[in-house]
Design a protein around this ligand. Structure first.
Ligand code: HEC
Length: 296
């Protein structure tokens, strides 16, 4: 059979079906947004919302997001300084750990699938191997609407647009200094609400599609197509392909939509709170946001 003819007819069939799977974009054509992760120490939402300990709680109550006060320190890589050194809210500092580092983030879509690419230079390490299997894990969460947190006087604050992943991070979660149960994961206190969670782990080099509701579940989502990563000469790259819509534990994306999100990198075999995290950011699909996914 003429190989050229075969190629042509397959192409015609795909085009006729109307469901052309465009595949990952040409990343060299996708703009890079620099985002910043920092070492948060033990700063659970209970600490964040306590205006006596964190003066930012007052701003949050007025509707100011973390970035309004902290973006500049995050960009200068100094926001994590006090925690990483153990000067503040970190009883177990890890020697040599970075206070923060920049991550190059790219986002694109093909009309039905979102592609996210993260790349960063391996920061210094050498701490204890808490998760001996995985030198690196990357997780991202999309926030739902209607997530609340209480301040020190019990006043409810709507955190959906303000606080990135913080509403899932609690003082009694495992690895926190006040934790009593080492199985207790992240959770959301608002009944019926969930954060949509995607994670990539380096050993298996695969992705997990879960969610955080009354506990963290690493499965249950059906939107993730694939997550793959690699380390080339100290430069990590991780790419997620995620359908716009999945099951009932996947937050639906669509052109024109803006969703609140944050991401975290567990560097140097760490676990639990010993990660680097972003402040709360927005992702727009063909829409203006901190990070915009444009159609390729
Ligand atoms: C209105 C401004 C404001 C907002 C909004 C705000 N903060 Fe803060 N934050 C501060 C100030 C000022 C400090 C330093 C002194 C203190 O703790 O009050 C601080 C301290 C911190 C620290 C300890 C680091 C240090 O250098 O003291 C962390 C961690 C932190 N904030 C995280 C957050 C997160 C996460 C959010 C969003 C959920 C947030 N902040 C929202 C003003 C703010």
């Amino acid at each position: 059979m003429n190989p050229l003819r075969t190629t042509v007819s397959v192409l015609t069939m795909v085009m006729a079906s109307g469901a052309v799977f465009a595949g990952p974009p040409d990343w060299s054509k996708v703009p890079v947004t620099k985002m910043y992760v920092f070492y948060p120490g033990a700063s659970p939402v209970e600490w964040i919302m306590n205006g006596v300990e964190h003066s930012g709680a007052k701003g949050l109550r007025k509707g100011e997001p973390c970035t309004a006060c902290h973006q500049e320190e995050a960009e200068k890589l100094v926001l994590g300084n006090k925690m990483v050194s153990g000067e503040k809210i970190e009883p177990k500092p890890i020697k040599g750990k970075a206070a923060g580092f920049p991550v190059n983030v790219q986002a694109a879509h093909d009309g039905s699938t979102l592609y996210l690419r993260f790349s960063w230079k391996q920061p210094p390490g050498g701490g204890p191997k808490m998760d001996a299997d995985n030198p690196v894990k990357l997780a991202l969460m999309f926030a739902p609407d209607g997530i609340t947190a209480k301040d020190e006087k019990g006043r409810e604050v709507d955190m959906s647009k303000l606080g990135g992943c913080w509403a899932t991070c609690h003082a009694d979660s495992r690895t926190m200094p006040e934790a009593k149960d080492d199985k207790k994961t992240k959770y959301v206190k608002d009944a019926g609400k969930f954060y949509d969670l995607l994670q990539w782990t380096s050993k298996a080099n695969k992705g997990f599609d879960g969610y955080v509701a009354d506990k963290r579940v690493m499965e249950g989502g059906t939107a993730l197509i694939e997550a793959k990563g690699e380390n080339k000469g100290g430069e990590w790259t991780v790419v997620f392909a995620r359908k716009f819509t999945g099951g009932d534990k996947d937050i639906a994306l669509a052109p024109g939509k803006v969703v609140n999100f944050g991401f975290a990198i567990h560097d140097d075999y760490t676990n639990g709170r010993f990660h680097h995290v972003t402040l709360g950011y927005t992702l727009g699909i063909d829409a203006k946001a901190d990070l915009t996914a444009v159609k390729q």
